[in-house]
Every structure is written in structure tokens, then in C-alpha cells.
Design a protein around this ligand. Structure first.
Ligand code: SAM
Ligand code: DTB
Ligand code: SF4
Length: 337
């Protein structure tokens, strides 16, 4: 791979290529990732999504990082599926605060028919406010993805979380292939895909490379790629895991930018514990999306005032809301080719 070829949209990454990206001298890696970022995106602009947990806790799955699994005693208070009007109210507030996308998360293995009917109503209401909509509800069958699409859903979030090799140490109640099947169902319904992973779970650098390789070698790159840093929650099996080296976190963002040049790469969970300078390095590496609002799903996120001040000090502006089709920087890889 020649360095001038960096930034082309490809789906045939080898492990050796990804490893060589992650191992580059950091300044070279940042130079290339910022160059490629500017070829495909408006510089100094960040997309802002607000999360809301619409059904909290008591999840039957055993994801070792997650405070919402019924198997771990994390002291989390469970909450049934919210009322549609209450979700709408929260979306109005998120829009007023400056978010352009509203992401509804539910602690399900997969949604049941009755639950999905209520959630499609939420999607309609939030969409009518002029916000982009995203949902993350666990595994979906093809017809469930179509139901969400028909309700006007824009994005579905479903993460691969880690490499296929490390996955079995983190989750045993659903397979990597289950996740790939859901992603295929989401694509088949013509929904946009939000898919990424978590760093800091004890994975190796080669696991990070394999996660990026799996994401970039999907038939179509996800439109959004959340890169989460593990939020360690007392009571989960990953409490006490060895944290990821912050510079390796930056490297992973830069490699994601280079491998999926048109995607929005989201600096996701874990920002609360990051310095302003580390976040600035992540933006330099090509991150151009954040979760905005004082809460993620159940854990903390920087408050709105801190984020506004950080973005102002960096000269970064919030990305405008897009209509269908989007701005040139927002077109997906097929239409922009
Ligand atoms: N239950 C659904 C599912 O797992 O598909 C949707 C909600 S789940 C909380 C969404 C994602 O949040 C997970 O795939 C994981 O990547 C991320 N996540 C959960 N707990 C986290 C933590 N403690 N730190 C970082 N990311 C986390
Ligand atoms: C994603 O990749 N990160 C978000 C969102 N997608 C759903 C969730 C982060 C959750 C962090 C732990 C919590 O707040 O419960
Ligand atoms: Fe359940 Fe999702 Fe948490 Fe896994 S990540 S335990 S599926 S809520």
C-alpha cells in the first residue's frame, strides 16, 4: 500500500496493512489521517448525537462491559419502556441544546412485536421534530428492520464491539455472526448503519486491527463508526480491566478515518475521563462526531457547558442538520463515488 493510496474507499484490507497503519510513527499517522479527513469532510465540524435510554437494565445478555446485564450487580435501577410523550419531550430538549441526531437505546436482546410498535411511534414523533433518528435495540430480524425504516428511522446502531477472535471472552449469549446478520438485515432495509466497538477491554493491538478490518471489509462501510473507550462500571466483569493507552486510542481513531474515509467516526463513550487535549488529538486524528448531553445511556458524559467551551476553544462548529441526500461531505460512498 503506497501512502498516496491512503484514503481510497476499499473493502479488501489485510491484517498486515491495518497493523502497519496502527504502527506508523504517530505524527505520520496523524498527518495522513487529517489529510484524508479534509478530502472527505468539512474540517472543524463535528456532528452531535444525543442518547436516551428508553428501556433500562434487566437485559438477559451477558456483555461483560455492560451495567445493564441482569447477570451483574451494578446497582442500576431498571426502567420499563418509556412513554412516547416522555421520549418526545427529551428529544425536544436535545434539539434545543444543539443535537442533530437523537439515539434511542434499549436493553434488549431483541425487541418484541409489541415493543417495536411503541418504538416506531417514538421514531415518528422524533423524526417529526426535524431530528435525525437512531435506534439501538439489539438483534433485528429483516422484517423488524423494515418496520423501523417504514416509520422513518434513519440509522440503526449495532456494534461489533471487538475482533471475532476476542469476542467470545466478552459475550457468550450471542455470536459474532448474529451481529453480522443483524447488520445485513439493517442494510437490506436501506437503513444507515452505525457500527463500531469498544477499546480498553483487555484486547490486543491485533484485536483492534481485526475489528477495524471487519468494519472496513463489510460490503458497505458504516455511515457512523463509534469508537468507545470502556466505561468501567463496578460490578461488571470488566471492572479493573487494563485501560487502553490514550495514544493507542488516538491511533485507532486515525486508522478508522483512513480505512473508512467517508464515515463519521465518533469519539464515543469514555470522553468524561479524557482531558481536553486528548479529545483534541482525537479530532485531529479524524473523529468528527460525539455524543452530546450529560448522560450516555446509564453512565456520565461531559456536560453541555464543558463541550460547548471545548468546541469553542478548538474552533470547532456543530455540523448542520442534513436533509435526505445530505451535504457533499455527508453523501455515502456509493453516491459519492
Ligand atoms: N442492547 C442493545 C445491544 O447491545 O445491541 C443496544 C444497547 S447497548 C448498551 C449499545 C452498545 O453500547 C454496546 O454494543 C456497546 O458497544 C456499548 N456499551 C455498553 N456498555 C458500555 C460501556 N460500559 N463502555 C463502553 N461502551 C459500552
Ligand atoms: C455506542 O457505540 N455507544 C453508545 C451507543 N452506541 C448506544 C452507548 C455507550 C454506553 C456506555 C455505557 C452506558 O452509559 O450505559
Ligand atoms: Fe444487553 Fe446491550 Fe448491555 Fe449487552 S450491551 S447486556 S445486549 S444492553
Amino acid at each position: 500500500m503506497t501512502q498516496s493510496a491512503l484514503g481510497t474507499v476499499r473493502h479488501d484490507w489485510t491484517l498486515a496493512e491495518v497493523t502497519s497503519l496502527l504502527d506508523m510513527p504517530l505524527m505520520d499517522l496523524l498527518y495522513h489521517s487529517q489529510r484524508v479527513h479534509r478530502e472527505h469532510h468539512e474540517p472543524n465540524t463535528v456532528q452531535m448525537s444525543t442518547l436516551l435510554s428508553i428501556k433500562t437494565g434487566a437485559c438477559p445478555e451477558d456483555c461483560a462491559y455492560c451495567p445493564q446485564s441482569v447477570r451483574y450487580d451494578t446497582g442500576l435501577e431498571r426502567e420499563e419502556l418509556m412513554e412516547v410523550a416522555a421520549v418526545r419531550e427529551r428529544a425536544v430538549r436535545a434539539k434545543e441544546a444543539g443535537a442533530t441526531r437523537f439515539c434511542m437505546g434499549a436493553a434488549y436482546r431483541s425487541p418484541k412485536a409489541r415493543e417495536l410498535r411503541i418504538i416506531t411511534q417514538m421514531v415518528r414523533e422524533v423524526s417529526a421534530l426535524g431530528l435525525e433518528t437512531c435506534a439501538t435495540l439489539g438483534m433485528l430480524a429483516p422484517e423488524q428492520a423494515r418496520e423501523l425504516k417504514d416509520a422513518g428511522l434513519d440509522y440503526y446502531n449495532h456494534n461489533l464491539d471487538t475482533s471475532p477472535e476476542f469476542y467470545g471472552q466478552i459475550i457468550t449469549t450471542r455470536t459474532y455472526q448474529d451481529r453480522l446478520d443483524t447488520l445485513e438485515a439493517v442494510r437490506a432495509a436501506d437503513l444507515k448503519v452505525c457500527c463500531g466497538g469498544i477499546l480498553g477491554m483487555g484486547e490486543s493491538s491485533s484485536d483492534r486491527a481485526r475489528l477495524l478490518m471487519t468494519l472496513a471489509n463489510l460490503p458497505q462501510h458504516p455511515e457512523s463508526v463509534p469508537i468507545n473507550q470502556l466505561v468501567q462500571v463496578p460490578g461488571t466483569p470488566l471492572e479493573g480491566a487494563v485501560p487502553v493507552d490514550p495514544l493507542d486510542f488516538v491511533r485507532t481513531i486515525a486508522a478508522a478515518r483512513l480505512m473508512m474515509p467517508r464515515a463519521h467516526v465518533r469519539l464515543s463513550a469514555g470522553r468524561q475521563g479524557m482531558s481536553d487535549e486528548l479529545q483534541a488529538l482525537c479530532f485531529l486524528a479524524g473523529a468528527n462526531s460525539i455524543f452530546y448531553g450529560e448522560k450516555l445511556l446509564t453512565t456520565g458524559n461531559p456536560d453541555v457547558e464543558r463541550d460547548r467551551s471545548l468546541l469553542a476553544r478548538l474552533g470547532i462548529k456543530p455540523e448542520r442538520a442534513t436533509q435526505a441526500g445530505g451535504s457533499p461531505a455527508m453523501r455515502n460512498e456509493e453516491t459519492a463515488a
